[in-house]
Design a protein around this ligand. Structure first.
Ligand SMILES: *Cc1c(COP(=O)(O)O)cnc(C)c1O
Length: 376
């Protein structure tokens, strides 16, 4: 575990469940991304963790921001971000939110449909717009399905319309799915984008920007490729398809920026069995699906655990949260093993839980309060 977080947990003994996040580690991750992709502008995906200490630090470092709502835009502005450095990246926006963002000086907007483009033409006249396309999400442990993006042929037609309607047809975006473990996913998506650039050039429209989205993975239980491998694959594909006429590049990392900077500390509430001779123990924690661990849905994201008994004999476990809802079971099928000595009252840590946890917590289901947060 991160030594700064370990000593905070030891010295401060904060009440569980809580997230402890090392903001210096976020700054390091920003540096690692810049080193891996020096030509790309970094737009931090605010939804991964919108805490003010993170937004403040990233602003100082010169990061830009990908916001999904007017509320997230306000959080970025409060952190000192310039409106010109904020992208309104949600393709599904209330027109009142578009108006508010435009009035505040935000000039970069995503869309993936004609009705949304119409809203932008009305309420953000002249703004830079980029169209999100559908791409393969294979290799992603938290895929984004077909909810966002349109087919390339539609993107092409919409960009022509954008120009006709007085908007600035700026570029194309995609998202290869979150916790993407295969560098090839970006290469395939870049090839799709390049074809749209070519088609539109023939129509007299010169796009200027490729938005490569997020997806860059964090190490949980299994190894993942290093960020440099993603940087190399992306630059290789960009050079292959665009030669020396490289467009502006944007990346929108969420999970990678904050994931490994945070640790959730939790207490074991109960260790039990369903029958005397059942080898599987059920371990109930004071945090579960409703306390912030929403990404355990379908056992998609499989967190690594640390316990006070690590190194001693282990046995199979199912792991569940504290509420009276059966969907509040974290892992039954993912072959988790924990020490036989684990007992009620022990503290366990869930590693690399800085992303997609605090804001995924319910308000007070079964009376449990949202996750406490400590930024150090
Ligand atoms: C969620 C999201 C991201 C961040 O994705 P990660 O997989 O966390 O890096 C980036 N861009 C958009 C548009 C998103 O919705």
């Amino acid at each position: 575990m991160n030594p700064k977080i370990a000593s905070y947990l030891r010295d401060q003994a904060p009440a569980t469940p809580c997230l402890v996040l090392d903001v210096d580690r976020v700054a390091e991750n920003y540096g690692r991304l810049k080193a891996a992709l020096p030509l790309a502008r970094v737009y931090y995906a605010v939804k991964a963790n919108p805490a003010a200490p993170i937004l403040d630090r990233l602003t100082v470092l010169g990061s830009s921001f990908d916001a999904a709502s007017w509320e997230e835009i306000q959080a970025c502005l409060e952190a000192g971000a310039r409106p010109a450095d904020i992208s309104f990246g949600n393709t599904v926006k209330k027109e009142s939110a578009i108006k508010a963002a435009f009035a505040a000086g935000v000039t970069m907007f995503a869309f993936d449909s004609e009705p949304e483009l119409r809203k932008l033409a009305r309420s953000a006249p002249g703004a830079r717009v980029y169209c999100r396309i559908l791409v393969e999400n294979k290799g992603a442990e938290w895929p984004l399905s077909r909810k966002f993006g349109c087919e390339p042929a539609m993107a092409r037609d919409l960009m022509v319309k954008a120009a006709e309607w007085g908007l600035d047809p700026y570029g194309i975006s995609f998202h290869v799915g979150s916790q993407q473990t295969q560098t090839g996913a970006y290469e395939a998506a870049i090839a799709r984008v390049a074809m749209i650039f070519t088609d539109l050039k023939d129509a007299g429209i010169n796009l200027r920007m490729v938005n490569l989205g997020g997806g860059y993975p964090v190490r949980y239980r299994a190894e993942v490729p290093e960020i440099d491998a993603f940087g190399d694959a992306i630059m290789g594909a960009m050079t292959e398809h665009f030669g020396n006429a490289l467009p502006e590049m944007v990346i929108e990392p969420g999970r990678f920026m904050v994931g490994d900077a945070g640790v959730v500390s939790s207490e074991v509430v109960l260790v039990s069995r369903k029958s005397e001779d059942d080898p599987v123990r059920w371990v109930y924690l004071d945090i579960g699906r409703f306390g912030g661990l929403a990404e355990t849905e379908g056992e998609s994201i499989r967190y690594a655990f640390q316990t006070p008994h690590d190194g001693s004999e282990e046995g199979p476990v199912s792991i569940a949260g504290p509420t009276c809802d059966s969907t509040d079971t974290l892992y039954e099928k993912s072959n988790y093993r924990l020490p036989m000595a684990l007992d009620a009252g022990d503290q366990v840590q869930l590693l690399s839980t800085g992303a997609y946890v605090t804001t995924y917590a319910s308000q007070a289901f079964n009376g449990f309060r949202p996750l406490a947060e400590h930024y150090i």
